[in-house]
Design a protein around this ligand. Structure first.
Ligand code: SF4
Length: 243
């Protein structure tokens, strides 16, 4: 266990040397904003989900307006993010259920919960999985929780930090006694590494800053590889509806 923590800290320091301290908004968005933005981001890239989020905001004055928007219209508004049917249904279901339970749109009650209770609570909503719930915890509530998307799942398994077959299993292994205060850095810089260097096929291991910690047997040391910078991170640029 201690070895796992030490390894995460060493890798985090090397990633900080390579990519620096990731950008973070001064005023974090609310948990509702983050939940909706993360639903929109499922299975698409940050640029398209950012467009969908902004389209949605431009069509409403506040999240409560979603109750009266017809499902088909909502699908059209968010279509650039893909999977519009499922995402529109998930957003509508969340808004309606939240109003029924809280008499308003608010997830502020989650602020008082521990991480596991918060994840259990948020994943009750149809279309909200562990990754979406953990993004709410990290990006809106500033909890020291490292969400696991496909990049994080692939890389922490290649590094031998965890040994898990699905992102959700990876999430629980990775976050058990996660080192304090570094979840946002680690998560964000790993995604940068995954987009630029540690790709699913043919990772660019020759230029990888953390290769000495990697136990992946399929390393690729081909020459003539360059890392293409991809900086934009949706969940660090989410603003509330009405702004
Ligand atoms: S050495 Fe290669 S496989 Fe390992 S983390 Fe780096 S890029 Fe990925």
């Amino acid at each position: 266990m201690k070895n796992k923590q030490e390894k995460i800290i060493k890798i985090n320091n090397l990633l900080l040397e390579r990519y620096g301290e990731p950008f973070r908004q001064k005023n974090l968005p609310g948990p509702v904003d983050m939940l909706i933005a993360t639903i929109l981001s499922q299975n698409t890239n940050d640029a398209n989900s950012f467009r969908a989020y902004n389209n949605l905001k431009a069509n409403i004055n506040g999240w409560e307006d979603i109750v009266d928007i017809k499902q088909q219209k909502l699908e059209k508004i968010i279509s650039v993010a893909g999977l519009a049917k499922q995402k529109a249904a998930a957003i509508k279901n969340f808004i309606k259920t939240n109003i029924r339970e809280q008499k308003k749109i608010s997830l502020d009650y989650v602020r008082d919960m521990n991480e596991q209770d918060a994840i259990s609570n948020l994943t009750r909503f149809k279309g909200v999985g562990v990754k979406t719930a953990s993004c709410v915890l990290l990006f809106a509530l500033d909890r020291n929780v490292c969400p696991v998307d496909t990049h994080v799942h692939r890389i922490v398994n290649r590094l031998g930090i965890v040994e898990a077959t699905t992102p959700d299993k990876t999430f629980y292994q990775l976050n058990e006694n996660f080192p304090e205060k570094i979840a946002h850095q680690f998560h964000t810089n790993l995604i940068k590494l995954g987009r630029e260097i540690c790709k699913p096929a043919k990772p660019s291991c020759a230029i990888c800053p953390i290769k000495k910690h990697c136990v992946f047997t399929g390393k690729n040391f081909d020459k003539n590889i360059t890392a293409k910078k991809r900086e934009f991170m949706l969940l660090d640029n989410v603003e509330p509806a009405g702004n």
